[in-house]
Write a protein that binds this ligand. Structure first.
Ligand code: UGA
Length: 434
C-alpha cells in the first residue's frame, strides 16, 4: 500500500517506519524543512527506543522517504495519515485544530484517486466531519473517505506498542474505507482485536481512554498518600488490587503525578468539551486539579527536607516526563524543579536523554551535570523524579560519601529503600513509610 504520513513527530515517525516494516511504501511529509532535511540525511529527530535500527533499515531499503511537498506525496497515496500536532488551544485548552485544518486543505488540492484520510492525531469529537467538509470544499470532485484511527502508542515504547497493540480502533463510516484498513492491518488479524466503530465513537474512545488512565494514576497516587499515613505499602496494595481482572495491574504505579504531552492535554480537552456541552465531567476535572496539586506537594516535600539550610543544593535526577524518552513537555519533574526554583535553592540536574530539551526551557537557571554522581556531589538532598532504569542501580554507599547530607526524596521509588535506611539515609518515598 502507498501511504503518506503527515507529521514527523512522536506519533508520525514511529508510525511511518512501523508501516514500512509491514511492507508498505511510506512517505513521511512535514512542512518543517529542517526536520525533513535531517531525516533525509539519515538523522533521527526524536529519541525512541528501537526506532533507529528500523529507521536505518527502511531509509536504506527506500520503503520510507521524506518530503515537504504535498504535490509530490499525496496524488499516489492510497492512505494519508494525519499525525500532526494538536497542541492545547491557548484559551479553551481544547486541542487546537490549526495544523489539522491546514494539512487537510493542503492535501485536498492534490487528491486525484480514491484515498482514505485517517486522522491519527488526538482530535475533538466531530473533527472527522470538519476535515471531510474542508476537503469537500477545497476539492469538490475528490474521491475520499475520512476515518478516525486513534493511536495508543506510549512514548518510549512506540515501536514496541506499534507491533504489539492491545487493540486497533477504526472509526469508519464507509465500507470502502473499512476494507482498505482491514488490508492494512491484515498482519494484526490474529494478534489483537480490531474494532470497527463509528467515526465519532472512535474519536471519543481515544479521549475516554486517556482520561481514564490519568484518573487511574491519580487514584493510585491518592492511595499512596493514604498508605503513607496508614503504614500500608502501596506496592502491596496495588498488587492486591491489580489481581482483580476488573481493575487490572497496569497503570497502578504511584509517582509524582502524570505528565507528558498527552494526558494533561487530553484531560483538559475532555473537560472543556464537557463544559461546552453542559455535561458534568467532574471526575475528570478533579483528576486535573489533584494532578496539579500533587506537583506542588512534591516540591514542598523536597523543600521541607532542606528547610533548615540556607541556599541548599538539590540534586535532581530526571527531567523527562517519564523514563525512556527525551520529552519534557508537561513533565512533572520539570514542573517540580520550576516550583522549587521560586525558592532560594541551587539545583544540579542530570537526565540521561533530556538534557538538550531541558536546557532549552530552563536555560541557565540550574546547573547541568554529565552524570548522576556529578549531580549528587555536595548535594543536601537528592530528588529522583523520572523513572530511568539506570537510577535503579545507583551505588548508595558512593552517594552517601558524595552528599553533604544523606537525604533522598525518591518519588519514583527507584532505590532499595531498606538498604538506604540501613546506610543512614533519610528517605522520602511514595506510598510507604520508612
Ligand atoms: C499515553 C498513553 O499511555 C498512550 O496509550 C497514548 O497513546 C498516549 O498517551 C497518547 O495519547 O499519545 P504517554 O504519554 O507516552 O502515553 O505516557 P504514559 O506511559 O502513559 O505515561 C504518562 C504519564 O503517567 C507519565 O508521566 C508517567 O510517568 C505517568 N504514569 C504512568 C504513572 O505515574 N503511573 C503509571 O502507572 C503509569
Amino acid at each position: 500500500m502507498k501511504i503518506t504520513v503527515i507529521g514527523t513527530g512522536y506519533v508520525g515517525l514511529p508510525t511511518g517506519v512501523g508501516l514500512a516494516e509491514l511492507g508498505n511504501d511510506v512517505i513521511c511529509l512535514d512542512i518543517d524543512e529542517s526536520k525533513i532535511n535531517k531525516l533525509k540525511n539519515g538523522e533521527l529527530t526524536i529519541f525512541e527506543e528501537g526506532l533507529d535500527s528500523l529507521f536505518e533499515k527502511h531509509t536504506q531499503s527506500g520503503k520510507v522517504s521524506f518530503s515537504t511537498s504535498f504535490a509530490e506525496s499525496i496524488p499516489n497515496a492510497d492512505l494519508v495519515i494525519l499525525a500532526v500536532g494538536t497542541p492545547p488551544h491557548p484559551i479553551t485548552k481544547e486541542a487546537d485544530m490549526k495544523y489539522i485544518k491546514s494539512a487537510a486543505e493542503s492535501l485536498a488540492k492534490h487528491l486525484n484517486q480514491y484515498t482514505v484520510i485517517a486522522i491519527k492525531s488526538t482530535v475533538p469529537v466531530n473533527t472527522g466531519d470538519a476535515v471531510e467538509n474542508i476537503i469537500r470544499r477545497t476539492n469538490p470532485t475528490a474521491d475520499f473517505d475520512v476515518i478516525s484511527l486513534p493511536e495508543f502508542l506510549r512514548e518510549g515504547f512506540a515501536v514496541q506498542d506499534f507491533f504489539n497493540p492491545d487493540r486497533i480502533i477504526v472509526g469508519a463510516n464507509s465500507k470502502r474505507a473499512k476494507n482498505l484498513i482491514a488490508d492494512l492491518y491484515l498482519p494484526f488479524k490474529d494478534r489483537c482485536p480490531i474494532l470497527y466503530v463509528s467515526r465519532k465513537s472512535s474519536e471519543t474512545i481515544k479521549y475516554a481512554s486517556n482520561a481514564f488512565l490519568a484518573m487511574k494514576i491519580q487514584y493510585i497516587n491518592e492511595m499512596a498518600d493514604f498508605c503513607e499515613t496508614s503504614g500500608a505499602d502501596i506496592y502491596e496494595v496495588a498488587k492486591g488490587m491489580g489481581l482483580d481482572s476488573r481493575i487490572g495491574a497496569k497503570f497502578l504505579v504511584p509517582g509524582p503525578g502524570y505528565g507528558g504531552f498527552c494526558f494533561p492535554k487530553d484531560t483538559n480537552a475532555m473537560a472543556y468539551m464537557g463544559k461546552f456541552n453542559g455535561i458534568d465531567l467532574s471526575l475528570i476535572e478533579t483528576t486535573i486539579k489533584s494532578n496539579e496539586r500533587r506537583k506542588i506537594n512534591m516540591a514542598k516535600r523536597i523543600l521541607d527536607m532542606v528547610s533548615d539550610i540556607k541556599n541548599p543544593t538539590i540534586a535532581v535526577l530526571g527531567s523527562a516526563f517519564k523514563g525512556g524518552t527525551d520529552d519534557c513537555r508537561e513533565s512533572p519533574a520539570l514542573q517540580i524543579i520550576e516550583i522549587m526554583l521560586a525558592h532560594d535553592v541551587n539545583i544540579k540536574l542530570y537526565d540521561p536523554e533530556a538534557m538538550p530539551n531541558t536546557k532549552a526551557i530552563l536555560k541557565d537557571m540550574i546547573t547541568y551535570c554529565d552524570s548522576a554522581y556529578e549531580a549528587i556531589g555536595g548535594a543536601d538532598v537528592l530528588a529522583i523524579l523520572t523513572d530511568w532504569q539506570e537510577f535503579k542501580s545507583l551505588d548508595l554507599e558512593k552517594i552517601k560519601v558524595l552528599m553533604s547530607r544523606p537525604q533522598i526524596a525518591d518519588f519514583r521509588n527507584m532505590i532499595d529503600y531498606e538498604l538506604a535506611s540501613q546506610l543512614g539515609f533519610e528517605v522520602k518515598s511514595i506510598g510507604r513509610k520508612i
